[in-house]
Design a binder for this molecule. Structure first.
Ligand code: COA
Length: 303
């Protein structure tokens, strides 16, 4: 990427995050200080090992692997921070031309780590989960996802911001926010009805019912279904094809494809985030989270 393109990209990313931060905190002095630091080209370590988020850079493809199998790849605040930093650096690193996000053959992600949410609830736009959502939704280069097994909550909604999604035949998508006393996030209250139509979105969001790979394919939520053992390799092959295309052209095509509603998505994410933060402290969420920790069914009869 040329220097002038890099500067423009850095400016775009900072503007996106600043917009999001302003909606949460009207103090304009907040915007600049909460922007992610600009990465220098090739600042990303080529591989990390033994972490909850693994990064690997090869042949222009940055792969982020959610790697917390003992807790079903549920995502903690620390993991959101790692993902946000990796995305921020990858956006600015000329060596990264496409990105793959994946979990394990048996599970993509169980969504937010519920215990972590209870102990460390996201407070305002500076919470790591919102940095992650801002980073993935404004990521300028192509993102390819490989999804196998359950993709719960943000495990499903983050896919709305991926450009290509390849799923194992064991993939099960769900957005059970209602069962947790919470509202949808990641712009899903806007994007899911657009994608699925209102009545199917109501099943997914009001009832919190899961949908399987076949239904996801039919709704245009995913590109293709393969054996779980093949999803990651397929995502890599597609990402390598993207990495061989002219990056400057990919950036323009993705920008133009998203232009129609980038602002509406950012605005909806901010409203969802503020509502989510409030609901997290309300009785329905408290009951749902206590029930999860105590391994019992929640009792919403009085709420
Ligand atoms: N947060 C924290 N811990 C979680 C978790 C989550 N979202 N999802 C799973 N875990 C933990 C379990 O508590 C369990 O821990 P333990 O071994 O210390 O008891 C471990 O991961 C294995 O989970 P388990 O439920 O036994 O696995 P499973 O294969 O039977 O079911 C899921 C997998 C993903 C279907 C199931 O764990 C689930 O529904 N998780 C909750 C999903 C959710 O509501 N996420 C929030 C969305 S906003």
């Amino acid at each position: 990427m040329r220097d002038d393109e890099m500067i423009e990209l850095s400016r775009t990313l900072r503007c996106g995050l600043a917009f999001y931060t302003r909606l949460f905190n009207p103090d304009p002095t907040m915007s600049e200080s909460s922007a992610p630091p600009a990465a220098t080209p090739s600042a990303i370590p080529r591989a990390t090992a033994g972490a909850d988020i693994l990064t690997h850079l090869e042949a222009g493809v940055m792969t982020l692997t959610i790697n917390r199998l003992d807790k079903k790849n549920s995502l903690t605040a620390a993991m959101y921070s790692s993902l946000a930093s990796a995305l921020g650096a990858a956006a600015l690193d000329a060596a990264v031309r496409a990105l793959v996000i994946q979990g394990h053959e048996t599970i993509f992600s169980a969504g937010n780590d519920i215990g972590d949410f209870l102990n460390n609830p996201p407070a305002g736009a500076d919470a790591p989960v919102f940095h992650f959502l801002s980073a993935i939704s404004s990521f300028p280069k192509p993102i390819v996802a490989a999804v196998c097994g359950p993709a719960v909550g943000i495990g499903t909604t983050l896919l709305l911001h991926c450009d290509l999604v390849y799923a194992g035949d064991n993939a099960a998508f769900s957005m059970p926010f209602v069962n947790l006393g919470l509202c949808p996030e990641a712009g899903s209250s806007l994007l899911v009805p657009q994608l699925m139509g209102r009545v199917r979105a109501s099943e997914a969001l009001l009832l919190g019912e899961p949908f399987m790979a076949e239904a996801a394919l039919e709704m245009g939520f995913i590109n293709r279904i393969v054996a779980p053992s093949e999803a990651s390799a397929l995502a890599q092959r597609q990402a390598k094809k993207l990495a061989a295309k002219p990056l400057s052209v990919l950036l323009e095509i993705k920008r133009l494809m998203n232009k129609g509603q980038a602002g509406a998505v950012a605005e909806r994410m901010a409203e969802e985030g503020a509502t989510f933060g409030r609901m997290l402290r309300e009785p329905a969420a408290r009951e749902a989270f206590s029930a999860f920790m105590e391994k019992r069914k929640p009792d919403f009869s009085q709420l």
